[in-house]
Design a binder for this molecule. Sequence first.
Ligand code: SF4
Length: 917
Amino acid sequence: RKVQILEVLGASGFKDVKKTVGEEGRLIDFNELELRIQKDIFEREEIIPAFKHLNEQLIAETDAGLLQAPKYSELKERVVPLSVPHWFYQLSETNQTVYQRDHVWPGWVIETMGRMAAGDLQMAYLKTVTGTGLLGDGFDVMRILYQRDPDNIAEDELDSINTAVMLDKGLILNAPWMFGGKSVGSIGLDTWRAHVLAVKRLGIQYDTGEGGYPTCFFLNRKGEPIFFTEPDMQEIKSYFEHGRHYTVREIRETISRNGFSAESHPRMFRALEPYPELQPFLFYVVIDSEHEPFISTELKTGLFGVTRETIKKARRVVIAYSQGAKMGIGGHILAQKVNKLVAYLRGVEGLEELNLEVIQSLAERIERLEKQADHPLHEVAEKFYEDIIKSQDSGTILPELKTALWHIQQHAYALHSENALDPIEFENLMQLCEDVISHSYSSIISPFPFHNCYSIEDVKSFIDMVRMINPRAVVSVKVSPSVDIEFIAAGLARISRDITLEALQARERLPAGTGDSALESAEEYAKKYGLKIEIWLDGPRGGTGASPNIIKGQMGMHIEYAIPLIHHRLVKDGLRNHVNFFVSGGIRTYEDVIKAVALGADGVIWGTAPLVAIGCDRNRNCHDGCSRGIATSNLIMQNLRDVEKNAQQITNAFLILQMQIIRALAGLGLRDIRRLRGRFDKIQWLGLKERVDFRRRQIREYRERYSEIADKLHPTGQSNCGVAAVIGTEPVPSYILDRALFAMKNRGMDGVGVGKTLCFPDYPEHYAYSIMVRGLLQNEVEEMLATSNGRDVRRHAREKLLAYRNRLAEAIRTVFLEPVFDFTGETSAEKVREWRKRDAEGNERDYREFGNEHTDPGDIYRFFVRVKEPVLHQFIEEQVLSSERYRYIREYFPEVTPANYREHARFLQKAEDLYVF
Ligand code: SF4
């Protein structure tokens, strides 16, 4: 339980449980959320025409590029029949129950994916598919409202339906999906390569996760790489063949033959020095140049393995703001899965360790060889025995030990190649030499609070950096669904829009005939130099078995809520087509894709499904190795994989999935996946409306029954509201402040600021302007007096202090507030001071009776103010209606001009909010 609490704290960015006090604003109120979604979105069908209009606009912008996307009949032809990846379907009923424990991926959903992976074309018919799991809510209780039977539609008609979508910079996805980040280490190299081969065949993207960009390696039999640098590898890779073994000598000779020498490329030759000449290495290509257009990379604050080169190479760069299934603690890989290859890719170093047991065995073995004068290794054993003993005695790795190991292996390999050494003896000796020095690694983690960026400005800096290094990369920002996710999404969309506007403005400033003169239209120019961010919403139900359950199940907003909120917010703010919006987190079947898009996404991202397609049965041991050789860095376990077959299984599964989507679209009466976006009228969320209406009725009845009592409990006047202060250099819309105030309610009053809420029903139109005045402190005044003792000193000091603070408050009012504000109600400091807690006789209590004795809380003076009319008008004319800073406000009020603004009450109200806050 403690670990779970730590995980939740970490994911929420808390360093100490005490800091959670008063942070109820971070809790997601699902009742309120459901109310909003049901009443503000689903029951307002009049907003659908606006959604449809935006979909048509999107199609008009991107249609031309999608003409090459494969048709239904072509997809069918590419499917290759194979064996199924799992066999548990044949288990008895009793054993099947094991597979029903995973509510996201129960056995029958795994079986569906397995049959698709096997290329069973019957699975293209929707009646054969089990489309939902056992969640009992969300996607699993939504129904798709078909207009006609999707299984009874002619292939000709299916051929005319489009599932392709276009991302920024002309990047086309043949289907409305991509594969999400799984780093090398979290899954094995063979599984990785299977994904790479599959995404090329499918015409989609796969992202490296936070584990670096795996291109190609020379691997020893333990899977450890020669430490060539990535640029060096790129220079020499074309001289070697994937899947072949090369000795160190062969590697050296090959690169020398091709113009590399120890003088021209010393670093390259130095990398080979630690290895015996005849040691063989497997050349393994994970991502070749032909695959690069289909690979994205992922950037987090840990920057593990991400370099300028990998960003340059990537067609799409994901900036991971946070991660849904491991919110706040994502991007980590536990120590037991970190090996030399993983460490190499992530650019971290391990510690060399002398294995004392192995060196003991090695010393005994070498001693035996030394005593056998006729043994082919006698000479080398005699020469290096002392060095081994020296290291053993000191318990440390001496340089002599490394030299000894190199020579022993060198001789053994030479003898082995001439069949002059018993093969078993050779194997044993090699094993000992390789195991004497091991490496220990710690878990690799981008820990909170560094894992997440904290502000839109931070993300903007990342985006600028990526665009500077690789202007043709699609920029994706991965966010998890926190309580304020719709505003984060709107902020990201605003970045897209502003960058595009800036590009267009720059174009206008170009002298005629300069710049990119081939781009005649503003649209073309905006596409090339502007930005359309991809928002990747990573929800909590996804993740492999490495993700903590508590977070997968309980943290963050499930995507069925987050998608409509984000889509609606983006449409409302006029920003929807400035971004592409993809979601992940528990997407398993074609039904989930249809539902996610109908709720407002452009497409989805798959993490677990491709693993299920190659044999994962969700036994959830991914953090600790994997009995199927999938989520493992152990090369021996990876022998269970067959890369080519796995690549085709993934390809089959997703081709058939695409065919299912086409059938579903046809059944819905749509010819293009892009027309489904935001069409919540095409699905039905069973039980949502009933739940929401029931709760509303309950609340109404409760209020009616208890309103009298509530009035007595809370007589008019200030409730216990807190005060929000937002400080920044960027304009903050007032609705965000309203929400901030709302979120901070009931925190207690100990600050200074301005509020305009319903806390003060007597002054609903006024701003409550509260000032905390301290100057001198109670303790200081008491020390100054120090004449008598006990309560008298306190009382006396308090009187003096109050007189002093009242004077200060009056001065603040007259100097700072009166020139710009009209006041209502009392204004004398004495009368507007807020009383502290009182005792039974109504006397104010000393703060030390209820607070920290060293922290004098000061005194609060509250005025009710409105901005003076001339001041407000001057502010509107000089700032709101003319400065760059307030351009976004003008977009909300396109009809307002300097000539007519006095007649627009809502605008005046907004301007006054802006002025005051
Ligand atoms: S089989 Fe088990 S350990 Fe392997 S990837 Fe699947 S859930 Fe993880």
